[in-house]
Ligand binder design. Structure first.
Ligand SMILES: Cc1ncc(COP(=O)(O)O)c(C=O)c1O
Length: 443
């Protein structure tokens, strides 16, 4: 290795003489293009530098008068890291807990093969918050889904009695559960799958929000089906909200055929949809569910699987594990992420502010009925879909919003998702909506 010198903090962070605070947006882009993976296409000409308040970021853009310099401006965070920061950027309660535990409590880092005292705090909090019997910590959101998948398969063989190797897990079209091989095997998005096969077998998809298709599949193959794994509201698909009674019917069907209902609450959990967990909106309780994103308060990746005793108990020592799942810092952050969800009434605020945002978006739709096809959402998980026309390009909307000081991102070309922090203020909701109106009117 050639000489490597790393020093300083923040803008003074310097790697082999390159001071981070000196780099222009173009130079950041060049480094990413030359040294990083090419699996993202970030918005151009903007680099986020820091947090101003719980919903406001400071961004760097090229100086219009001198390309070798940058200027800073405020950006309203309309996406909050795809719902990972429901508690608001740098939530003080969580940050204080992290600093206190690292500095004053001398927090250790130990693996799961030896007990640490913070695991108890996390398990007590997470079982109480979810109303589930057991909780198993993991790290990324996709891991909570992947572990749910494994548990469902094992339950299918060991409890339901599915013949070995014949287990089927059912999913919904348009699903998104992450990027592991099992998750992309589950996906019907060709971009996510191309040349990653062969894929995990034993998967069947039915159209989302179509109870007849599910019932037909259960009738045909119910004996071999271990679980129906589904998002209560499909986030990445463009905030697809099912019929009010869909999940009640799903839950009844699952019981009838002795099939587990497994829900992915990675994006919809932690107050996002106006309830602590979105399944509560529909009056059902899954047998097993996965949480992630805001489970770590935007500070640390924390995820977990929560579920019924008899379902999660199929795991035995050696069958599952994770070095950082529930290690002391993750347990502290996870505990405090739950504390903030409860104490700050995140779900209630999401409901109130969500109604305000939906009202504003519907007003915009009424003003531009030739441009906006539909406004969808629950709580602060919202989206508007435009008609499929060349001029109504979602990426153009994202770029336009950025020019108006708002960060939001299109999904599937014609849909733009708005999912700000659940601590967002009334005037910020109006700022967000005004920016959307300006951009839509300019198309
Ligand atoms: C519903 C759902 N499940 C799983 C994931 C994957 O989470 P992660 O990117 O943390 O692995 C996501 C991410 O967007 C998601 O929306």
């Amino acid at each position: 290795m050639s000489e490597l010198l790393i020093n300083g903090y923040g803008d003074d962070l310097t790697v082999n003489g390159t001071r981070i605070g000196d780099l222009t947006p173009l130079e950041h882009e060049k480094i990413e293009n030359e040294r990083g993976g090419q699996n993202y296409a970030p918005l151009e000409n903007v680099v986020i530098s820091k947090v101003k308040d719980s919903s406001t970021l400071i961004a760097r853009k090229p100086d219009p008068d001198d390309i070798s310099k940058y200027v800073e401006s405020e950006i309203l965070d309309g996406l909050c890291c795809y719902s990972a920061v429901n508690q608001g950027q740098l939530n003080k309660t969580i940050v204080d807990a992290v600093i206190h535990h690292l500095d004053q409590e001398k927090l250790p880092t130990v693996p799961r093969s030896i007990r640490h005292k913070y695991m108890s705090a996390f398990l007590l909090s997470a079982t109480a918050a979810t109303g589930m019997d057991r909780v198993i910590p993991k790290v990324a959101g996709v891991e909570s889904w992947e572990l749910s998948f494994k548990i469902c398969r094992r339950w299918g063989y060991e409890v339901k009695g599915i013949p070995e190797g014949k287990g089927v897990i059912v999913g919904a079209t348009g699903n998104f559960h992450g990027r592991s091989l099992a998750a992309v095997s589950f996906s019907d998005d060709p971009e996510a799958k191309e040349n990653f096969g062969p894929f995990v077998p034993g998967i069947e998809l039915v159209p989302y929000n179509n109870i007849d298709a599910l019932e037909y599949l259960f009738e045909q193959k119910g004996d071999h089906i271990a679980a129906f794994m589904v998002e209560p509201i499909q986030g990445e698909a463009g905030v697809i909200v099912p019929d009010d009674d869909y999940f009640l019917k799903v839950s009844r069907l699952c019981k009838k055929y002795n099939i587990l209902l497994s829900m992915d609450e990675v994006q919809t959990g932690f107050g996002r949809t106006g309830e602590n967990f979105a399944h509560q909106l529909f009056g059902v309780k899954p047998d097993i569910m996965g949480c992630g994103k805001a489970a770590g308060g935007g500070i640390l990746p924390v995820s977990f699987v929560a579920g019924r005793d008899d379902v999660l108990s199929v795991l035995t020592p050696g069958s599952e594990g994770s070095t950082f799942g529930g290690y002391p810092l993750a347990s502290v952050v996870g505990t405090y992420a739950i504390k903030v969800m409860v104490d700050a009434g995140l779900a209630k605020n999401a409901k109130i502010k969500g109604e305000q945002l939906m009202k504003n978006l519907n007003n915009i739709k009424d003003q531009f009925p030739d441009k906006i096809k539909e406004v969808r959402g629950k709580g602060l998980l919202t989206a508007f879909e435009m008609f499929n026309e060349k001029r109504l390009d979602g990426h153009k909307v994202s770029v336009g919003l950025l020019d108006h000081g708002v960060y939001a991102k299109e999904t599937h070309h014609t849909t733009v998702r708005l999912a700000p922090a659940l601590t967002i203020k009334t005037e910020q909701i109006n700022q967000l909506s005004d920016a959307v109106k300006e951009v839509i009117s300019s198309l």
